[in-house]
Design a protein around this ligand. Structure first.
Ligand SMILES: Nc1ncnc2c1ncn2[C@@H]1O[C@H](COP(=O)(O)OP(=O)(O)OP(=O)(O)O)[C@@H](O)[C@H]1O
Ligand SMILES: [Mg+2]
Length: 379
């Protein structure tokens, strides 16, 4: 994978970058704009704006929203405070002035590339309900359980409902500590403190539950963001059950890989989902936001084509309705994806899709599923 993309036509700068030993690709402004629509981006983009009137290429804020982990380093002729302020506001991490030296370039890129190689960040998926009761917790909890079951990778579910969240119940867990303890003490959260706060559920997913007591003072997005950043480096998968009405939470999702807006086929939920998806797309970039339709009923009055027209995107995931399976799972505290059902298969597909894992080889019908289990009979 390209580590550094260089938006420059200067052969000397390209040579300097190459001699740092990193994998460099030369790009133009169109390639740069395309990154904002793509799920992948290089670890850093170096943008050459040297000249008498330095201007950033179009799409810098969009790039920053779509790829919060990638660094943006701008090469300038001299440090102009006005330009630097605008650049930083747009999401640039560093402005590097002439004269360019090997040392200066390596210094600017070191943090970026060393960080990305030695500590690959995990993935964070946020689930936001279009309205109450549409199945947001069901989706979040079962996505976490499905990812852990499939990959055995470290997985954390964070219930961001400060009070009265019920995600822990879905795991049959009764944690002593909560997300409020984590947020209130975020300045001293380290490996051991955090391990003491989370509860390991029976299925292996770790849970940071909602609280029974209200938080002291207002919820602040910076603390939540810091908590998510920490979780992202500790866990391969962090799944968030996000309260729809808490704007501080919705404003703290920068570290998130994808945001899933959960809706039902009800007109009021659809209207709310459209609005939420639009707002979140503006804030975090369209590539990171998707809408999932829960309790899908093909005979419902509102057809999927109408829904897609209103949402402005194809509905990739239609999650079937199965009240018995859904409720029994909550009552037993065993995530429904741990047993087989149409609903379970559908959420597993959503989870694999979010994580870019491809089709689950143990899923029925695929090699390694029912067919492979029957294969020994033929031998
Ligand atoms: N696909 C489904 N089919 C049938 N029932 C479902 C489905 N998904 C969720 N449910 C049921 O709907 C109810 C609400 O689900 P859930 O608690 O996940 O929703 P929520 O959006 O998180 O609600 P809240 O706003 O209270 O947090 C639960 O009883 C759950 O078992
Ligand atoms: Mg819920």
């Amino acid at each position: 994978m390209t580590q550094i993309a260089a938006l420059t036509t200067d052969a000397e700068l390209l040579e300097l970058l190459r001699s740092s030993g990193l994998k460099i690709a030369q790009i133009d402004t169109v390639d740069f704009a395309n990154y904002s629509r793509s799920a992948e981006a290089p670890s850093a983009v170096v943008i050459d704006v040297r000249g008498t009137h330095p201007t950033l290429p179009p799409g810098v804020p969009e790039f920053r929203k779509a790829h919060p982990q990638s660094a943006l380093v701008v090469i300038v002729s001299k440090l102009d405070p006005q330009f630097m302020l605008g650049a930083m506001r747009a999401g640039v991490n560093e402005c590097l002035p002439e004269p360019l030296t090997q040392e200066g370039i390596e210094e600017a890129l070191r943090g970026v590339v060393v960080g990305s190689q030695s500590e690959p960040a995990g993935q964070v998926y946020a689930f936001v309900g279009a309205k109450g009761g549409v199945g947001t917790s069901t989706m979040a909890v079962n996505t976490a359980a499905a990812l852990h079951k499939r990959t055995k990778a470290s997985t954390l579910l964070v219930d961001l409902h400060v009070v009265h969240g019920d995600a822990a119940l879905f795991f049959g867990a009764d944690p002593r500590f909560s997300v409020v303890d984590a947020i209130e003490n975020v300045h001293r959260v380290d490996e051991s403190f955090f391990s003491g706060l989370v509860e390991k559920s029976r299925c292996g997913v770790q849970v940071l539950a909602s609280s029974n007591r209200p938080i002291h003072g207002a919820m602040d997005p910076q603390r939540t963001r810091a908590l998510l950043d920490f979780a992202k480096h500790k866990y391969q998968y962090t799944i968030l059950d996000v309260p729809r009405s808490d704007f501080a939470m919705l404003d703290a999702l920068d570290p998130v890989t994808s945001i899933v807006v959960v809706t039902s086929q009800e007109v009021s939920a659809l209207r709310s989902a459209t609005h939420a998806a639009e707002t979140l797309r503006q804030r975090y970039g369209a590539a990171r936001v998707r809408v999932v339709l829960n309790r899908f009923d093909k005979n419902a009055a509102v057809a999927t084509t109408d829904i897609e027209r209103v949402l402005g995107e194809p509905l990739k995931h239609l999650i079937p309705s199965d009240y018995r399976v859904a409720v029994e799972a909550v009552n037993t505290g065993i995530p429904l994806v741990l047993a087989d059902s149409k609903l379970a298969r559908s959420i597993k597909t959503l989870a694999s899709d979010l994580a870019g894992l491809g089709k689950d080889p143990t899923q029925d019908g695929a090699p390694g599923g029912v067919l492979s289990r029957l294969a020994w009979r033929r031998v």
